[in-house]
Design a protein around this ligand. Sequence first.
Ligand code: GAP
Length: 457
Amino acid sequence: MSKYSFEEIVSHLKTSGYVYQGSEIYGGLSNSWDFGILGAALKKNIKDLWWKEFIEKKPYNVGIDSSILMNPRTWEASGHLKGFSDSMVDCKECKGRFRADKLIEESCGLSAEGKMPEEMDKMIEENHIKCPNCGKHNFTNARPFNLMFKTFIGTLEDSKSTVYLRPETAQGIFVNFNNVLRTSRKKLPFGIGQIGKSFRNEITPGNFIFRVREFEQMELEFFCKPGEDLEWYKYWVDTCYAFVKRLGIKEENLRVRPHSQEELSFYSKGTSDIEYAFPFTDWGEVWGIADRTDYDLKQHSEYSGQKLEYRDPITNEVYTPYCIEPSVGVERLMLMALCDAYDVEALENGDSRIVMHLHPAIAPVKACICPLVKKLSAEAKEVYEQLAEHFAVEYDEAGSIGKRYRRNDAVGTPFCITYDNDSLVDHCVTVRHRDDMSQERVSIDSLREYIEERTRF
Ligand code: GAP
């Protein structure tokens, strides 16, 4: 786990422009966050990287972009209308509202995931669980609360016009199964991925951007022949874990946790979570990988009356493919990367520096171009303009060079490039590295290649 408190990290992310409070000038909106200059760039880099690694570089996979609003039958078929709920309890004394499973887990360390409301009531009684706000033991019975946001299409606000903001992007993929099969002429195994917003009316959002009501998911639905599913399930668990490790996340902060039999959804043959030791909890889920069998395609076939099946081109056998789903939230992945990257280092001169050791491939800014003195600004700007054609770079001439290095370390910029008097003669600049603060002379002509090589994933 990070040796820094979550409060310290969050405070840095807020002050440095990674994340702003949502609707701040109106006093905010609880648990809503806006991504600032650096946060927006980091998010974009994470999404681009996922798309490259999971869609473009995997010959099996293709990408789509489906709508947030879908025919409500989708949610009947998927089971979300009936079953996408958390059990909540209210404290009768102070009116505090809690997710029953979290209340149980946090009060006495027992897992209540997947338990029925009546079973949770029993656990609350048997363990004499007290309200975390007022300390009293006087709760309502646990009751389900559907997490989907409802809205209306058109001018009438009645049940016929009710639609839902999607709680996951996955269903937009399942309903397009036949379209993708027809237009891509893919053969099994193949996957369909997408990145997009999802919405959940979480009872207890919190821990900054860890659990929010509006977030982005990067989901892949990978279809294969039944019987080959467990092999692909393992492949995707390994692939997602390797991705996280390549991002530079410290291994001691990572684990893969297979779900126990009682935790598994009734249709799943296996589910594993990649978890991170966030500073606010023991372990928090970042990425879920599930063998969903043929559940979703069969449900949509039944509810839509359209067969979502596959015909083997060699044997002519017709069947419903099984599906492996690696699903990750952009904000979760981002929070993990930021918590893992944050460091405060003591310097030889007695000062200290904040440094974000982000993988250069996702760092919001790749390099900052600094003239050593202002009279070299025209030449330094030329270097900036040359690099800005290829990378997200910045130009900074304010303050001492040491201060400029510190500013860039604190936001995770991997390179500072200093144009000095010698540069006029040797056409080289000094590249200073964020992580070990080493410096080297690099010719201006080779800078593009130099940065390209060192910011590759
Ligand atoms: N289609 C499967 C699915 O949505 P999930 O475990 O509910 O599964 C997948 O969500 C991932 O989405 C999680 O592992 C997490 O990274 C992210 N996620 C889920 N709920 C979230 C929330 N309220 N805020 C931020 N991220 C969330």
